[in-house]
Ligand binder design. Structure first.
Ligand code: PNS
Length: 171
C-alpha cells in the first residue's frame, strides 16, 4: 500500500445562483479537509438562472477572496468527467436536512457508478444555515422580504440591485 501522503483536491459543484451564507459555511468546512478546493459552477441552460455564469463567478470570487487554495470555474457536461479532468479526488456536497439526503444519495451513487475512483462526501451545514437555499432567498427578495444575513453583503447588494431595478423598470 502506498503510504505517501496524497494531495486531496475537492470539488464543490453547484448552481450557486447566487452563493448563500450556507454555501460559504460549506466552503469553510471543506477547506479544513482538502489541500485544494475547486468551486465548480454548472452551466445549465435548462435551469434559467437569475444570474449569468460570469456574474455567479464574479460573486464567488468576491466572496471567497484571494485564497490560493480555492479555484472558481465553470463546467458543462458530466461532473465526474470534469472532476477527473481537474485532478479532483473528492466531490463535496452539503446536506441541510434529511430531505436533501435522498437526491444527494442518488447523485452520489450515480457518480460512483460512472467513476468509482471518485469519492463523494456530504458535509452538514451549520444549524444556522439549514433553512437557507438560493431558491428561497430569491423568492423572499422578489416579494420584498428581508434577506439580510442570509447571503454575503456583496450578494445582497447584487440581489437588491437586480430586484429594485426590475421594480423601477415596471413603474
Ligand atoms: O446547486 P445544485 O443545482 O443543487 O447542483 C447540482 C449539480 C450541479 C451538483 C448537479 O446538477 C450536477 O452535478 N450536474 C452536472 C451533470 C451531471 O453530472 N449529472 C449527473 C449527476 S448524477
Amino acid at each position: 500500500m502506498d503510504s505517501s501522503p496524497r494531495r486531496v483536491v475537492g470539488i464543490y459543484p453547484g448552481s450557486f445562483d447566487p452563493i448563500t451564507n450556507g454555501h460559504l459555511d460549506l466552503i469553510e468546512r471543506s477547506l479544513r479537509l482538502v489541500d485544494k478546493l475547486i468551486l465548480a459552477i454548472l452551466v445549465n441552460a435548462e435551469k434559467r438562472p437569475l444570474f449569468t455564469v460570469s456574474e455567479r463567478m464574479e460573486m464567488l470570487r468576491d466572496v471567497v477572496g484571494d485564497r490560493g487554495r480555492v479555484e472558481v470555474c465553470t463546467f458543462n457536461g458530466l461532473l465526474v468527467d470534469f472532476a477527473a479532468q481537474q485532478g479532483a479526488n473528492l466531490i463535496i456536497r452539503g446536506i441541510r436536512a434529511i430531505s436533501d439526503y435522498e437526491f444527494e444519495l442518488q447523485m452520489a451513487l450515480m457518480n460512483r457508478r460512472l467513476r468509482p475512483e471518485l469519492e463523494t462526501v456530504f458535509l452538514m451545514a451549520g444549524e444556522a444555515y439549514s433553512f437557507i437555499s438560493s431558491r428561497l432567498v430569491k423568492e423572499v427578495i422578489s416579494l420584498g422580504g428581508n434577506i439580510h444575513g442570509l447571503v454575503p453583503p456583496a450578494v445582497e447588494s447584487r440581489l437588491k440591485e437586480r430586484f429594485l431595478t426590475k421594480e423601477s423598470a415596471r413603474i
